[in-house]
Design a protein around this ligand. Structure first.
Ligand code: AMP
Length: 539
């Protein structure tokens, strides 16, 4: 029997028109380092219509890719609205990539226009001649355009364009936006989000982040990666006041922005929040407007969640996702009715699948493992905002009976709470036994002198692999390997205790701000780390 329901299409256009009509006077605020630029939803929507006219006049048509090399700011939001709504595809470019990788991505996606922030023009200028599909470049704000070649000025072009755009009817399954994986395993691969998947994902974020119009929402997660976790779209859908930090992403600048514009809610990776915590502690910056923050992108140490609660009175909530999952996959709210201490056990896990997403753990033989809190295997995911393929490449090894193989390794407990113990390429197997780098990192992060720590597996003549811990100490703090080793002693199996220790001024980071284990492993292999050895591996 067929339902009687209408088949109206879930498109970004309906989302955009809703926001501009219902929340015309609500604000979009972009930080400029020493003050903020305030605009209304109505102004942003009008400029989005003008931008659509500019792009249309440049020949951008249905399905064409428009690259954006931009920070989190109003203009990038205008691109988020205009490009998908005119039927084209928003291709956010990761501005931290090396020129060669960036050119690869632009060429793979065949971007026809690139909208670039003035501060990033040199990056684009360096690759433009290697990107034959790019017919036009539009520059936002000021920058050194001397080597860029022909281009348009964003503000001038937008100001000269009509405020009316005849938005087309769009099939909800057509591509709206695309993002490339960060390429930690092989070449970056393109993921194409549909209008429908973005809409449904908005519902998931709305519910799981528990948002409404009253929120002042600070989006630290970059808009060049996984649509900033879909937050700009869900904020626009709900009419939240949007706070965009532009390129001012240092802890001090972020804390200044918080003090000036008083956000209630934010989202980011653990590294950013660790930096903000340290800055706030050192300077007594007032972050009291913030009530909740979603943290993900890599494992969130329990010590960070506790420090946010105890020192800043902010509820830090762990979430998991990836480029391929739009990214919302799971979130770590504790079950109701527990003591604060027991709640913390669940808050420190990776989380439970949000409605719409199914997760399972699969063993090496391809069989589905029990949810017993012990059986370790690869995480697989399925759902309407999870990719079923990659753009333009066959990658059958990444899929299994219609499920995405995430490359994450973990366990599921009987209540369906996932704990990620490693990326499959980061697992440490010592004398045939698994050691969880994530668990060691979390424990080290709880040491009072430790600011950040990563643990990687390195080759060992006797044990095949052993953990090496790379540690950044807090400013002015001291601790030696023996202290840290004895701090871990008793908290994990004895054979997990690392013998090799390295102290660094800062940890290498990936293009999206996560700790880069690949670089640590390479530095070690090249003999470029000053390693102190302490203790002996025992069974
Ligand atoms: P990306 O596609 O670059 O956003 O990276 C996605 C990857 O980040 C995932 O596959 C995980 O390895 C990692 N990740 C994201 N969130 C978490 C989390 N809460 N805990 C552990 N790893 C995470």
């Amino acid at each position: 029997m067929k339902s009687t329901m209408q088949a109206s299409q879930l498109t970004i256009t309906s989302l955009m028109l809703r926001g501009s009509q219902l929340f015309a006077t609500n604000e979009v605020i972009t930080w400029q380092g020493d003050g903020a630029r305030h605009s209304t939803y109505a102004q942003v929507a009008e400029r989005a219509a003008r931008l659509a006219n500019v792009l249309h006049d440049l020949g951008v048509g249905e399905g064409d890719r428009v690259g954006t090399l931009c920070w989190n700011n109003q203009e990038h939001l205008e691109c988020y609205l205009a490009i998908p709504c005119m039927g084209a595809v928003l291709h956010t470019l990761n501005l931290r990539l090396a020129p060669k990788q960036l050119a690869h991505i632009v060429n793979d996606a065949q971007d026809s226009v690139v909208i670039v922030d003035g501060s990033l023009v040199p990056l684009l200028a360096a690759i433009r001649e290697h990107c034959p599909t790019v017919r036009h470049v539009i520059v936002v704000g000021r920058g050194d355009t001397s080597n860029l070649g022909e281009h348009l000025d964003y503000d001038e072009a937008v100001a000269a364009a009509s405020t009316v755009y005849d938005w087309p009817e769009i099939d909800e399954l057509s591509g709206a936006a695309m993002c490339y994986t960060t390429g930690t395993t092989g070449d970056p691969k393109g993921v194409v989000y549909s209008h429908r998947s973005i809409w449904l994902h908005c519902f998931a974020i709305w519910g799981s982040f528990r948002l409404d119009e009253s929120e002042r929402l600070l989006t630290i997660v970059p808009m060049f990666h996984v649509n900033a976790w879909g937050i700009p779209y869900v904020a626009w859908m709900l009419g939240c006041t949007m706070l965009l930090p532009d390129r001012f992403l240092q802890p001090q600048a972020l804390c200044d922005f918080v003090q000036a514009e008083r956000p209630t809610f934010t989202s980011g990776v653990p590294t950013i929040f660790t930096g903000m915590l340290q800055w706030a502690e050192a300077t007594h910056a007032d972050l009291s407007s913030l009530k909740r923050a979603i943290c993900g992108g890599s494992a969130v140490p329990r010590a960070l969640i506790e420090a946010f609660r105890d020192k800043l009175n902010i509820e830090l909530i762990q979430a998991w996702g990836m480029t391929e999952t739009s990214p919302m996959g799971c979130i770590a709210y504790p079950p109701p009715g527990l003591s604060e201490e027991d709640e913390m056990v669940f808050r420190s896990k990776t989380g439970r699948a949000v409605p719409g997403v199914e997760l399972r753990i699969v063993g090496e033989d391809g069989g589905v493992l029990d949810w017993d809190g012990q059986s370790v295997g690869e995480l697989e995911a399925r759902g309407p905002w999870i990719t079923a393929s990659y753009y333009g490449v066959e990658a059958p090894e990444r899929f299994h009976d219609g499920w995405l193989r995430t490359g994450d390794v973990g366990v599921m407990d009987s209540r369906g709470y996932l704990t990620i113990t490693d990326r499959s390429k980061d697992v440490i197997k010592s004398g045939g036994e698994w050691i969880s780098s994530v668990e060691l990192e979390n424990l080290l992060a709880a040491h009072p002198s430790v600011a950040e720590a990563v643990v990687v597996g390195v080759t060992d003549a006797l044990w095949q692999e052993r953990p090496l811990a790379a540690v950044v100490l807090k400013p002015g703090a001291s601790a030696d390997p023996a202290d840290l080793r004895s701090f871990l002693d008793g908290k994990v199996a004895r054979f997990w205790l690392p013998e090799r220790w390295v102290f660094l001024a800062e940890l290498p980071k990936t293009s999206v701000g996560k700790q880069d284990k690949k670089v640590i492993r390479q530095l070690y292999a090249d003999g470029k780390l000053e390693v102190t050895e302490v203790g002996k591996a025992v069974r």
